[in-house]
Design a binder for this molecule. Structure first.
Ligand SMILES: *Cc1c(COP(=O)(O)O)cnc(C)c1O
Length: 361
């Protein structure tokens, strides 16, 4: 049993009520009871995704759909917008799926520049673009609205947008902005256990998929669509997580989507103020800082591994000591999911107490 609270940027802390929702007895996935559960989630999902397209449930983590999107959509070449660990990895995944793929690389923590994207796409080589909206490894949120404006100028290019750590944190109007494929996962901003990915696909993207060979079976968008019409998933889904989803959606709409977004912005601001007060700096430029987590530069050069371990062992709170090549040089704090002013104050007070040991030594 873990005896500490998760404040890492995923998986995030799961509430007792969510776990309780998951303990509903399993049913047949072709039964009327399942169809009722699946269809009950749809209206709220479509509202939350801001789309009139169906929202699909994939029993996989987000990477399943991220790889699947490439297999469904690319006939020519993928352009991968890369600005951190997850977006960098997508290039590797596209190539492993046997596709031609190019990087549009910026330094970790920098944003993708819409003008640079535009000049890349003007070559006419690409038919798919991958973009991570909120680069969780760097706490950087890309200017998605401006990026989508550029992408709309290239109707032959299908956009695949990862919103794993930003979904429900900020408004992402899929239909209005013309996003073709939007995807998220259960264990980040939605604060459910891992194992479920959620995604929605535009009509344009379905048309592309129809003419794309080698889609495979498990992530075939057309399989998802034909099963969706019956209120079902292609294969046996992770039913307990769909119960958790129904509960989570009810909770989100009871709070109100705008209130939820306001809460995240406020809690994120609390962390930013703490960072400034301590003399730390954000990794990204402040205007591109994420609203769901904070990635802090270790400019005070404290013993990061020691700090993270002490916070966990003494205060029973787990934050992250940096991802991949910026491990130790940064640390990350999540304010996703069910966090409140009280829970964030608790976190920041405890970080204060532990930090004094590390700054004076
Ligand atoms: C966590 C994360 C992923 C990977 O999700 P899995 O659930 O491990 O597949 C992808 N993209 C972003 C932005 C993430 O934060």
């Amino acid at each position: 049993m873990i005896d500490y609270k998760l404040h890492i940027p995923g998986p995030v802390n799961v509430s007792d009520e969510t776990y309780q929702a998951m303990s509903t007895p399993v049913m047949g996935h072709r039964s009327a009871d399942f169809v009722e559960l699946y269809q009950a989630c749809q209206p709220n999902l479509q509202k939350l995704f801001q789309t009139s397209d169906p929202v699909f449930l994939s029993t996989s983590s987000a990477w399943g759909v991220m790889e699947g999107a490439i297999r469904n959509l690319c006939q020519k070449k993928v352009l991968c917008c890369m600005c951190g660990a997850f977006s960098d990895k997508w290039l590797d995944v596209a190539r492993r799926a046997g596709k031609d793929a190019d990087p549009l690389q910026v330094e970790w923590g920098q944003n993708i520049d819409p003008d640079e994207l535009k000049s890349k796409l003007s070559s006419g080589e690409y038919d798919v673009v991958t973009l991570v909206h909120n680069e969780t490894s760097c706490g950087m949120m890309n200017p998605l609205e401006d990026i989508m404006k550029v992408l709309r100028e290239f109707p032959e290019v299908i956009s695949v947008i990862d919103t794993v750590s930003s979904f429900s944190v900020v408004p992402i109007p899929k239909d209005d902005w013309g996003i073709d494929v939007i995807l998220t996962g259960s264990q980040k901003a939605l604060a459910m256990p891992p194992g479920l990915a959620l995604f929605s696909v535009s009509e344009r993207a379905f048309e592309r998929a129809q003419k794309t060979e080698g889609r495979g079976y498990y992530f075939d968008f057309l399989e998802f669509r034909s099963n969706h019409a019956k209120g079902m998933t292609p294969s046996t889904p992770v039913i307990p997580l769909i119960h958790a989803l129904r509960y989570t959606l009810d909770k989100i709409f009871t709070e109100g989507v705008e209130n939820r977004q306001k809460r995240h912005a406020e809690l994120n601001q609390m962390v930013h103020q703490w960072v400034a007060k301590k003399g730390f700096e954000l990794l990204p430029k402040p205007e591109f800082a994420s609203k769901s987590l904070t990635c802090v530069r270790n400019n005070l050069e404290i013993d990061m591994a020691g700090f993270v371990t002490t916070l966990r062992d003494q205060k029973k709170i787990s934050i992250d000591g940096g991802y991949g090549k910026i491990k130790g040089k940064t640390f990350r704090i999540s304010n996703m999911g069910d966090e409140t002013v009280d829970s964030m104050n608790h976190l920041l007070t405890n970080m204060d107490e532990v930090l004094t040991e590390f700054i004076s030594s």
